[in-house]
Design a protein around this ligand. Structure first.
Ligand code: NAP
Length: 344
C-alpha cells in the first residue's frame, strides 16, 4: 500500500477535494502515523477562507491528530510501532497518514479514546500557553507545570466559558488553584461547567457584555477571553483589576484597542496554541507540554470533551466546518475518522 486519501484545499476559498496522495516515508526524527481521529477547529475554515498560515496550495487542513505509530524514523527514541499518539500542528490531519516530528508528539494515556485525544490538542494547548507559559506568549502563571496550586485565593473570569477552549481553561484555572472561576456561557452548560471547576456561571442569554462590565468592573486578576470579538474586548478590559495579571485574547484584536490597553497599563497576550514551527518560545513550552500533559490527562486532572463523529470519514469534514462557521456547534467537538473514507 503506497497511496492514501487526503482532503485538500486546492486554492483559497475553493471547495475541499478528496484526492489520492502517496503515503510519506518518515524522515529522521519522525514517526509515520495512521490517523484515526482528526478534530475540527474554527481555525480550519478560517484558513480555507482567508489563507492565514497557508504557505502554498494545495493544502491539507486539520490541526488535531490522534493515531497509531506504524513506522519509526531514524534517530527516534521512546516511540515504538503501535504506540498511540496525539499531535498538534497548523495543518495536515485531514488525511489518512502523516509523518510527524516525534519530539512534539504526545503519548495518549490508556484512559483516552482516539476521538477524545484527537479533539483536544489545539484547544488544550491554547489554554496552557495563554495561562501557564511565560511572557511574551502567555501570562506566566505556571511555566513549569508545578503541582502546588500557586494561585489559591485568586479569581479569574472566562468569557466564552462554554467554548472548547473555555472548557479546558476552566480546568486549567482549577489546576492552578484559583478559588473563584467565573464563566460567561450559555446557562444550559451550568452543571457541566461547574463539574469542571467553574464556581459561578453568568448566563450569556440573560446578560450582555455591557452588563458583565458594569457588574464585575475591576474584579478579576486574570481574564481569559475565549470570544475576543465584539463586546468581549471592552468587557475584558473593564473587568481586569488594576494591577491584575492580565488578559488572554484568542483572536487578533484591533491595534487601537491594544494601544488603549497599553495606555491603561493593562497586560495582555494574543495567544497562539500552536506548539511548533512558530516561535522558539512556543517550541520550548511545547516540549514541556509533551512532558507534562499526558500525566495530567492520565490522572484525570484535565478531562477531554464530548465528541460527535462525522459520517463518511473525510467526506464529512466540509459539512462539519460549515456548521462551525455558522456557529451551529455548541458543547461538542466534531471529529472525522479518516480511515473510514471510501474512494467512490
Ligand atoms: N489563538 C489560538 O491559537 C486559538 C486556538 C483555538 C481557538 N481559537 C479561537 O478561539 C475561539 C473559540 O474556539 P473554540 O474551538 O473553543 O470554539 P467552539 O468550541 O466552536 O466554541 C463555540 C462556543 O463559543 C461560545 N460563544 C460564542 N460566542 C460567544 C459569546 N459572544 N459569548 C460567550 N460565548 C460565546 C458558545 O458557547 P455557548 O454554548 O456557551 O453559547 C459557542 O457554542 C474561536 O474564535 C477560535 O478561532 C484560537
Amino acid at each position: 500500500m503506497s497511496n492514501q486519501l487526503a482532503l485538500i484545499l486546492p486554492a483559497l476559498q475553493a471547495e475541499l477535494e478528496l484526492v489520492k496522495r502517496p503515503i510519506p516515508k518518515p524522515g529522521p526524527g519522525q514517526l509515520l502515523v495512521k490517523i484515526h481521529s482528526a478534530g475540527l477547529n474554527p481555525l480550519d475554515w478560517t484558513m480555507a477562507g482567508f489563507g492565514i498560515f497557508i504557505k502554498k496550495f494545495p493544502q491539507v487542513l486539520g490541526s488535531d491528530y490522534a493515531g497509531e505509530v506504524i513506522e519509526v524514523g531514524e534517530g527516534v527514541s521512546g516511540w515504538a510501532k503501535g504506540d498511540r499518539l496525539m499531535h498538534q500542528y497548523i495543518s495536515g490531519s485531514f488525511q489518512q497518514y502523516a509523518a510527524l516530528p516525534a519530539e512534539f508528539s504526545f503519548k495518549i494515556p490508556a484512559t483516552l479514546s482516539y476521538d477524545v485525544a484527537g479533539t483536544m490538542p489545539t484547544v488544550l494547548s491554547t489554554g496552557f500557553v495563554g495561562l501557564f507559559a511565560n511572557s511574551p506568549i502567555g501570562l506566566g502563571l505556571n511555566p513549569t507545570f508545578a503541582r502546588n496550586q500557586p494561585h489559591e485565593g485568586k479569581s479569574a473570569l472566562v468569557l466564552g466559558g462554554g467554548s472548547s477552549v473555555g472548557r479546558f481553561v476552566i480546568q486549567q484555572l482549577k489546576f492552578l488553584g484559583f478559588s473563584t472561576i467565573v464563566a460567561y456561557a450559555s446557562g444550559r452548560h451550568t452543571d457541566y461547567l461547574k463539574s469542571l471547576g467553574a464556581t459561578d456561571i453568568i448566563d450569556r442569554t440573560q446578560s450582555t457584555f455591557e452588563q458583565v462590565s458594569s457588574r464585575f468592573a475591576g474584579q478579576f486578576g486574570v481574564i481569559f477571553d475565549a470570544v475576543s470579538r465584539d463586546g468581549s474586548l471592552d468587557a475584558s478590559a473593564a473587568c481586569l483589576r488594576s494591577g491584575g495579571v492580565g488578559i488572554v485574547f484568542v483572536l487578533p484584536i484591533p491595534a487601537e484597542f491594544q494601544e488603549r490597553l497599553k495606555q491603561e497599563g493593562k497586560n495582555f497576550v494574543l495567544v497562539s496554541g500552536h506548539i511548533y514551527d512558530l516561535t522558539p518560545e512556543h517550541e520550548a513550552f511545547g516540549r514541556l507540554q509533551v512532558e507534562h500533559v499526558p500525566k495530567l490527562l492520565e490522572e484525570g486532572l484535565i478531562k477531554g470533551l464530548s465528541v460527535e463523529v462525522l459520517p463518511g470519514g473525510l467526506r464529512g469534514v466540509a459539512g462539519g466546518l460549515e456548521r462551525l462557521r455558522k456557529g451551529e456547534v455548541s458543547g461538542i467537538k466534531l471529529v472525522a475518522h479518516p480511515q473510514e473514507t471510501t474512494e467512490a
